[in-house]
Design a binder for this molecule. Structure first.
Ligand code: ZN
Ligand code: ZN
Length: 284
């Protein structure tokens, strides 16, 4: 289970995988399980701190609150999307042996609730939130409209342009194909799409798996984030790199973007992304 710790300054911080890098002190006066549903106001959905621990001004550390907001944001998005695809409401959850991180919000060591219709093992908060009336969609589908996840790797459609010219066709049809058509074909064929746009000294990379009808799992997002961080550090350490590198992952976890890399690095990053995007184990 994810845990939280109280410092002598009366701030609660997350511990373990989501550990806070801003805690003023590492001697925690108290450590307890991060029981998010118990701390959540049933009416307003706001997150409080445990009563009767610490002084009257005890609260969450600001940085940890941001981390929790991220978990909640992911949870909200995936539940809203899922409810647009499946008819199941008020499902019953079975408690299982913890099987790692929550596959919806990504909370560490918290996946203890399983439902076979949704085919998901999630944390107690995600399970609880799914059965709430909100978020929901106006006209819930009458059948399960999710696309099946393939068992084999799915070759991404790759597209490279050099200041507007299609550079090297990396895929059977892209030689004469426009960028829009290639992107559209990814959706038609339910394949990941990866694009490298070389613009003189720098290049941008885009990876989009929305066409597959899936999104990246939290674990895949972590892998992508660490690749992005690596590229960013590398670029910033190079005195010849005079622009700032931008990274972006869409809230729905279907798009990844990175701008202003050296073309060589952009190609390598695109190869790494292609390997991750091709593997349906990384989708949900
Ligand atoms: Zn903190
Ligand atoms: Zn969760």
């Amino acid at each position: 289970m994810a845990e939280m710790g109280l410092t002598p300054t009366d701030r609660w911080h997350l511990l373990g995988k989501h550990a806070c890098h801003h805690a003023e002190s590492t001697d925690f006066v108290e450590v307890m399980e991060f029981d998010e549903p118990a701390l959540t106001d049933p009416e307003w959905g706001t997150l409080g701190v445990p009563a009767d621990h610490g002084g009257p001004d005890t609260k969450w550390c600001r940085h940890c609150k941001d981390t929790i907001d991220d978990l909640q944001y992911r949870r909200y998005n995936i539940i809203a999307d899922l409810k647009g695809l499946v008819p199941y409401r008020n499902v019953s959850w079975t408690t299982v042996d913890c099987d790692g991180d929550c596959s919806w919000c990504g909370k560490s060591n918290s996946a203890t609730q399983y439902n076979d219709k949704l085919d998901a093992t999630v944390c107690p908060t995600c399970a609880w939130k799914y059965n709430r009336s909100r978020p929901d969609v106006e006209n819930p589908p009458e059948t399960d409209r999710r696309l099946e996840t393939p068992t084999d790797e799915v070759d991404p459609i790759r597209y490279t342009t050099d200041t507007g010219d299609v550079e090297c066709p990396q895929d059977e049809q892209s030689a004469s194909e426009s960028i829009e058509k290639a992107h559209q074909r990814a959706t038609d064929e339910q394949r990941p799409y990866i694009e490298v746009k070389i613009k003189g000294k720098y290049a941008d990379v885009v990876c989009d798996i929305a066409g597959t009808g899936h999104r990246f799992r939290p674990a895949a997002i972590e892998e992508i984030e660490s690749l992005q961080a690596e590229q960013k550090t590398k670029a910033e350490a190079d005195p010849d790199h005079k622009s700032s590198v931008m990274t972006d992952i869409s809230p729905r976890r279907t798009h990844v973007r990175m701008t202003t890399l050296f073309p060589e690095d952009a190609r390598r990053f695109a190869d790494d992304l292609a390997a991750i995007a091709a593997d349906p184990e990384n989708w949900q």
